[in-house]
Design a protein around this ligand. Structure first.
Ligand code: 4AD
Ligand code: MG
Length: 460
C-alpha cells in the first residue's frame, strides 16, 4: 500500500491498485448506492474525488463524514470519468479519523477574509489561506536558493539585542524585572543593571548591524528571520512581528546594492510563477485580476532608478493634489511613493540618495553633505518593499553621525571597531518578506499572508 498526497495522486502517470489517501472532507454528495467525497489534504489547491460504494467496508460511517471531518481511505486510483480531474479513488476501505460536527465554521459557502482572521487556527484549511501558506513556504525556499547559489553565507543574528538599529524608538522591551516593584537607582531611575541581561534589552528591529560584522569577515552574508517593531501603525502593510531578509555585502556600493535587490526580487517572482502556478492562477482569478500579467511585466522590464531629488521634482510637477505637499528634505509619504511607482513610472522604482536628516546614523554620507547613499525600492500596490543603503565606512564620519544621533561609543564601540580594523565599503538592504508575499499574490492585507499576525492590539 502506497500513501499518496492528493497532489501526487492527481499527478499520477498510471493507475494503482492499492493506495492510501488521508485528509479532510470538503464536501460530500450521496446517492442511493454510493457517496462522492471531495478530499483535500493541503498538499495542493485541488481536491481528490473519492467514491465510496455501499458495499465498501466502513460505508455505514460515511454519513458522519461532514465538511471538516478527517478521513483515511484505502482504495484504487483509477482514471476519472468525470470532468475536471484525471484521477479518482474508488474506496476499498473507508474510515473516519476525526468527526467535525455541523458547527465547523468553514462550511462550503465563501467566507470574508475578515471572518477568517477571527479563526486563525482554522483558516489554513481554506483555498485562499492554504494557497498562501504554500506560496509562503516556496518563497522562503527561493530566498535561500538565490543567496546560496551566489555564495552568500546564511547568518543568524540575535533576536534579543541591546542596540536600536533604525533609531526610530520602536522597540519592544525584554525584561524580567518585576513590573509592580521596579528596582531604582539612587537618583530614582529604573535600575536595569538588575535586569536579566544587566542592561536594557529589546527585541530586534533589524539584524543589520550584527550582519555587518559578519559581512566584514565572510564577505557576502544574509539574514532571514523575525523582526519586531512597536510601531503604532494601523495600515494594511505594517505588522508588529514580520520576517525580513537582509543581505550585507562587503566591497559593494549603493548601485551594486540596488542591482542585487532587483535581481533578488525578479528571482523570487520567477520562482513562484514556476513552482506555484495553480496558486498564482487562483490569486489572479479570485483576489487580484491580472496578477500573472503584472508579475510577468515586472520580470520583463528593468527597474527604474531615480534620485530622491529627481523624485521630488517629479512629484512637485505632477499636478496631483497630495495630502502632504512634496518638499525636498522631508520623507516621502506613501501617497508620494504610490504615485511614483503606480502612476508616473508604472514600474518598480529604486529611489536613492535621500536627505541625511531623516535617515539612521549608519548610512554613508554623500559628497554633497546633504544626502546619504540610501535606497528604497517601491513597487505598485505596496509602496516600499525594500530599504537599504551603503554603510558609512569612514571612522570619523561615523563618529560624527553617532554624535548627531546621540549614540554613545560605549554602546556601539563594537560597531565602530569595524571602521578601525580593515574597514571596507559595504552595503545591504532589507526586504520585508510579508510585503513580498503581498506583491506576488496580490493579497491586499498583511494580516492574510502570515499565519498568526501580530498587530497593535492583537497577539492572539
Ligand atoms: O526600511 P527598513 O526599516 O530597513 C531596515 O531595517 C534596514 N536595517 C535594512 C537593511 O539595510 N539591512 O525595513 C526594511 C523593509 C521595508 O522596506 C519593508 O519591506 C519591511 O522591511 N518592513 C515591514 N514589513 C512589515 N511590517 C512592518 N512594520 C515593516 N517595517 C519594515
Ligand atoms: Mg524603510
Amino acid at each position: 500500500m502506497n500513501k499518496l498526497s492528493v497532489k501526487n495522486a492527481l499527478a499520477a502517470s498510471a493507475p494503482a491498485d492499492d493506495v492510501l489517501v488521508q485528509g479532510w472532507v470538503r464536501t460530500r454528495r450521496d446517492s442511493k448506492t454510493f457517496s462522492f467525497i471531495e478530499l483535500n489534504d493541503g498538499s495542493c489547491l485541488k481536491n481528490l474525488q473519492i467514491i465510496v460504494d455501499a458495499d465498501c467496508p466502513g460505508y455505514e460511517t460515511v454519513k458522519n463524514a461532514l465538511t471538516g471531518a478527517s478521513v483515511s481511505v484505502r482504495g484504487a486510483l483509477v482514471a476519472s470519468q468525470g470532468k475536471g480531474q484525471s484521477w479518482e479513488v474508488h474506496a476499498k476501505h473507508f474510515e473516519i479519523v476525526g468527526t467535525a460536527p455541523d458547527n465547523f465554521p468553514l462550511q462550503k459557502k465563501g467566507h470574508t477574509v475578515e471572518f477568517l482572521r477571527d479563526i486563525p487556527h482554522l483558516r489554513a484549511r481554506t483555498n485562499r489561506l492554504g494557497a498562501m501558506f504554500r506560496v509562503r513556504s516556496r518563497l522562503a525556499y527561493a530566498v535561500h536558493n538565490f543567496f546560496q547559489e551566489r555564495g552568500f553565507a546564511y547568518v543568524h543574528t540575535p533576536i534579543v539585542t541591546t542596540s536600536d538599529c533604525e533609531g526610530a524608538g520602536e522597540l519592544f522591551r525584554v525584561t524580567t524585572l518585576p513590573q509592580e516593584a521596579l528596582p531604582k537607582t539612587p537618583d530614582g531611575k529604573i535600575d536595569y543593571a538588575q535586569d536579566f541581561f544587566a542592561r536594557q534589552s529589546f527585541l530586534t528591529v533589524s539584524g543589520q548591524l550584527e550582519a555587518e560584522t559578519l559581512a566584514c569577515a565572510l564577505g557576502n552574508v544574509y539574514t532571514f528571520g523575525p523582526t519586531f517593531r512597536a510601531e503604532n501603525s494601523h495600515t494594511s502593510r505594517h505588522a508588529s512581528e514580520f520576517w525580513m531578509i537582509e543581505p550585507e555585502m562587503a566591497f559593494c556600493d549603493i548601485f551594486g546594492d540596488i542591482d542585487m535587490a532587483e535581481a533578488f526580487i525578479k528571482h523570487l517572482i520567477a520562482d513562484v510563477l514556476k513552482n506555484c502556478p495553480d496558486e498564482i492562477a487562483f490569486f489572479d482569478k479570485f483576489v487580484s485580476k491580472g496578477l500573472q500579467e503584472r508579475l510577468q511585466a515586472v520580470l520583463d522590464n528593468p527597474f527604474v532608478r531615480v534620485s530622491y531629488t529627481e523624485a521630488v521634482e517629479i512629484l512637485q510637477k505632477s499636478g496631483e493634489s497630495f495630502e502632504f505637499p512634496p518638499v525636498w528634505g522631508e520623507a516621502l509619504q506613501s501617497e508620494h511613493e504610490r504615485y511614483l511607482t503606480e502612476k508616473h513610472f508604472r514600474s518598480p522604482v529604486a529611489v536613492y540618495n535621500y536627505p541625511r536628516n531623516a535617515k539612521p546614523f549608519y548610512m554613508r554620507q554623500n559628497d554633497d553633505g546633504k544626502t546619504v547613499a540610501a535606497a528604497d525600492l517601491l513597487v505598485p500596490g505596496i509602496g516600499e518593499i525594500v530599504g537599504g543603503s551603503q554603510r558609512e565606512e569612514r571612522l570619523e564620519r561615523l563618529l560624527e553621525a553617532m554624535k548627531e544621533h546621540g549614540l554613545s561609543e560605549e554602546d556601539y564601540g563594537w560597531y565602530v571597531d569595524l571602521r578601525r580594523f580593515g574597514s571596507v565599503p559595504h552595503s545591504g538592504f532589507g526586504l520585508g518578506f510579508e510585503r513580498m508575499l503581498m506583491f506576488v499574490t496580490g493579497e491586499g492585507n498583511i494580516r492574510d499572508v502570515i499565519p498568526f499576525p501580530r498587530t497593535p492590539g492583537n497577539a492572539r
